[in-house]
Design a protein around this ligand. Structure first.
Ligand SMILES: Cc1cc2nc3c(=O)[nH]c(=O)nc-3n(C[C@H](O)[C@H](O)[C@H](O)COP(=O)(O)OP(=O)(O)OC[C@H]3O[C@@H](n4cnc5c(N)ncnc54)[C@H](O)[C@@H]3O)c2cc1C
Length: 512
């Protein structure tokens, strides 16, 4: 298993989320990097006893005085840690999800569903009630070769079930703690999407507790618009998904060759040229690659370009395919032919809580050498301001089966994307607000430069960026209007609401 980067932790920094919330009436308003007081909690007098009494076995209410409350309240991204819930209900059944939802509505409480808690922008935090579905983590292999995955399962739970016995695989993400719910609802990239599609492309059906408390099944025949929206329309918009049914691949005979190389920054342009040519030639979609330009904050001598990936085939074929890359003499190189599950384990990572700000772009064309040079120069010039801070540009290869559907086949629109580019910074405890401003400005510079050079503002909704102003188009392209219609149908009063949540049509628009 690989490390993301140092385990980072922040505490000195608080966001203005609460202030913005108070002004907008949206308790899950966009984060900011300007410190302020912690988010205020809603002025309600909830009947907690009533909720507790209504819960079935296995479900539990956690209030701030409970011992497990702080750990459960904490989002993965500590940038949003100050947005504290009044209560958390951990649900072990769909029935209890419904009970919690209806109780929150009756008690005037804002709510946020949470599965893995890994949303970059903290959109599964709220000052009201977190409906935590994590106890629902069962993964069941069905006789027809499909997998039923409960709404709170993570990538790690699915891998454990597959590697342990079923050998059935659904293309997922890399981080073991990421929830299948958030991953699927926003799309789902991984090291197998070029071969077998995005996570959402493999979804066959999902069970959803709607804003009005109704429990529905969404698939191609039943609630088809909800099913369409649940494949790329992002979590926290249409209801609480309590179960997912996926087509799965039997990988009992699949072998995979893992690889990881690092190069000095001087090779960056050549590395990208070779990687792009190799991907363009990969007609069978057996190859998946991530390239990371990272400045770990310890000086320009430590800047490196890492190429990480998997080839669904044997080592000698991989060595032939990546021959040009190997001839560049990587500073470090690791190639291992493994069983399928061992390769997934090797590619996976456990990521503890961090404090990060991330922005993304999805270019529809390959990166020209001048743009790669811009990335290399930025990485070399990047300043940490404090020990332990880091800056990075990561490119996740797209294409293949992930690019096959039309842009409106599901709510995920970026089917022509060559890469998803994640530009970000992580910072440590003790970094001052002024330093955070400067870190964010550096991220803004490269994001702006790449957006201009690649002529796109398209962004990946699962790497949400609270500072993105035209997020509706950036995340959803021309699918946004259809998503608004679905929102109007399923959640007209915005029971599910956050700063970049899908907006229902206004009365005047609904009539037209
Ligand atoms: C370390 C790390 C690694 C990552 N790696 C990848 C990767 O390899 N590929 C990739 O595509 N993405 C990756 N991501 C992004 C990830 O896919 C998104 O952050 C995703 O939304 C996280 O899902 P979650 O369930 O863990 O998050 P949560 O924060 O629990 O939820 C995300 C959103 O969905 C809502 N939600 C949660 N549960 C439900 C539910 N049951 N029903 C309806 N709405 C719900 C929440 O309210 C929130 O709006 C990574 C993120 C991190 C932090």
């Amino acid at each position: 298993m690989l490390d993301r980067r140092g385990v980072l932790r922040a505490g000195a920094y608080a966001s203005t989320a609460g202030l913005v919330a108070a002004l907008t009436g949206n308790d899950n308003a966009g984060a900011s990097h300007i410190p302020s007081a912690p988010a205020p909690q809603p002025a309600v007098n909830p009947n907690w006893q009533q909720l507790e009494n209504a819960l079935g076995s296995g479900s539990k209410l956690h209030l701030p005085k409970s011992r497990d409350f702080p750990a459960l309240a904490r989002p993965w991204n500590l940038r949003y840690e100050d947005r504290k819930p009044m209560g958390i209900v951990s649900c072990a059944s769909t029935k209890d999800v419904r009970t919690a939802l209806l109780w929150a509505k009756e008690n005037g409480m804002p709510l946020a569903p949470r599965a893995g808690g890994h949303n970059y922008a903290g959109y599964s935090t709220t000052t009201g009630l977190i409906i935590n579905v994590r106890p629902m983590n069962q993964v069941t292999a069905l006789p027809d070769g499909r997998l039923r995955i409960a709404g709170g399962a993570t990538n790690g739970d699915v891998a454990k079930a597959g590697a342990g016995k079923t050998n059935l695989y659904v293309p997922g993400g890399r981080c073991v703690g990421v929830g299948i719910a958030g991953l699927t609802l926003g799309g789902g990239l991984g090291f197998n999407d070029r071969k077998w599609g995005l996570t959402c492309d493999n979804l066959v059906e999902t069970e959803v507790v709607l804003a009005n408390g109704k429990i529905v099944r969404a698939n191609r025949e039943e609630e088809p618009e909800l099913f369409w929206a649940c494949r790329g329309g992002a979590g926290g918009n249409f209801g609480i998904n309590t179960s997912f049914l996926f087509d799965a691949v039997d990988v009992s005979r699949t072998t995979a060759t893992f690889f990881r190389f690092t190069f000095g920054p001087g090779s960056g342009e050549e590395v990208m040229k070779i990687v792009q040519e190799t991907l363009a030639d990969d007609r069978e979609n057996d190859l998946d690659i991530r390239i990371e330009f990272e400045n770990p904050g310890t000086g320009p001598h430590d800047v490196n370009v890492a190429v990480l990936g998997q080839y669904l085939g044997d080592e000698s074929a991989l060595r032939t395919r990546l021959g040009s890359l190997l001839r560049l003499n990587p500073a470090e190189q690791s190639i291992e032919r493994l069983g399928f599950w061992a390769a997934q384990e090797k590619l996976s990572m456990v990521s503890e809580h961090e404090t990060v700000a991330s922005r993304s772009l999805v270019p529809h064309s390959w990166l020209p050498p001048t743009t790669v040079k811009e990335i290399v120069d930025w990485t070399l010039k990047w300043k940490p301001y404090r020990k332990g801070n880091s800056g990075y540009v990561t490119l996740f290869a797209m294409g293949g089966k992930a690019g096959a559907p039309s842009a409106d086949a599901t709510a995920f629109p970026h089917r022509n994307g060559k890469f998803v580019i994640d530009v970000g910074t992580a910072w440590t405890e003790g970094t001052t607000p002024d330093e955070v401003h400067r870190l964010l400005a550096q991220t803004g510079d490269i994001h702006g430069g790449l957006s201009k050079a690649l002529k796109t503002n398209a962004a990946y909704v699962n790497f949400p960026d609270p500072d993105l102003t035209d997020w509706q188009t950036a995340y959803y392209g021309s699918n946004y209007d259809r998503l608004r219609k679905a929102k109007t149908h399923y959640d007209p009063h915005q029971v599910f609401r956050y700063a970049q949540g899908i907006e229902p049509l206004r009365h005047s628009e609904a009539g037209s």
